[in-house]
Ligand binder design. Structure first.
Ligand code: OAD
Length: 236
């Protein structure tokens, strides 16, 4: 009988994509220093000025098509050869998928997708944009006649993928947290679902305050070097 592979669950944030050239949010010079977060990334902000929000995410999407996965993303994907790997990401980019990861849960939405503003989860209204068609003209309508909006979980909105994500963390044999300040809930609360005794690795060049007391090894490095060190520790 085949023996099931160990399950490694990754929880990633903006620092995972920093080496691909995408700004983090809360580091010095980060995105939320340049843009008022509640204007461009909240439900209220969307209702008040959908044009500003549409243009903000157009810019992010355009930049995404000029970036590539970093070696850190590729090392995460490469572990699928020997482990059952689940990536839970707060990132709205598709760099994990482009690096080859096949099991990715996006907690905060997907930049390449746009949707109905009446019913975000109605797949009939989803559109996936690409390199040659990245821009949404403000005022464009979705198939149901509502304004087309970015498929992004705005602040003040529910996070539907938190339930499957929590289940995956609860089944993890190893949890690896990469490049997140753990400032934003409910994503940060996922660490509460780790089973007792499960090793937790945290890859981040800075100290990160983790909300509960866990069996944590901090690998103080960027995503790529951190992944190389992790692989040396756990073995491929
Ligand atoms: P933050 O900007 O809050 O945190 C980024 C983390 O990445 C920090 O701990 C940095 O030290 C770390 N970091 C920086 N460079 C790194 C590198 N090269 N390798 C590894 N780590 C590095 O970003 P998030 O925690 O992802 O949500 O932010 C969470 C959410 O807040 C985002 O998903 C976004 C934002 O508002 C929405 O917009 C809904």
């Amino acid at each position: 009988m085949a023996v099931a592979n160990k399950k490694i669950v990754f929880l990633t944030g903006a620092g995972m994509s920093a080496e691909s050239g995408i700004s983090t949010f809360r580091d010095a010079g980060g995105l939320w220093e340049q843009y008022p977060v509640m204007q461009v990334a909240s439900h209220t902000g969307w209702l008040q000025d959908p044009e500003l929000v549409t243009r903000f995410y157009n810019e992010r999407r355009k930049q995404l098509f000029d970036t590539k996965p970093c070696d850190g993303h590729k090392l995460v994907a490469g572990l699928e050869q020997n482990y059952d790997v689940v990536v839970i990401t707060q990132n709205v980019d598709d760099l994990h998928e482009r690096a080859g990861s096949t099991n990715v849960i996006h907690l905060h939405g997907e930049l390449r997708k746009v949707c109905s503003s009446r019913d975000v989860e109605n797949p009939a209204c989803w559109q996936v944009l690409d390199r040659n068609n990245w821009e949404v003209e403000p005022g464009t309508k979705a198939a149901d006649g509502s304004l087309l909006r970015p498929y992004i979980v705005f602040f003040e909105e529910a996070v539907p993928m938190i339930v499957p994500a929590a289940q995956q963390v609860g089944e993890a044999d190893v949890l690896v947290i990469i490049g997140t300040s753990l400032n934003v809930y409910p994503a940060a609360g996922l660490v509460n679902y780790v089973r007792e005794g499960v090793p937790v690795y945290l890859i981040d060049p800075k100290e990160v305050s983790v909300p509960i007391d866990l069996n944590i090894t901090h690998i103080q490095a960027g995503a790529t070097e951190g992944m190389e060190r992790l692989i040396n520790i756990i073995g491929i």
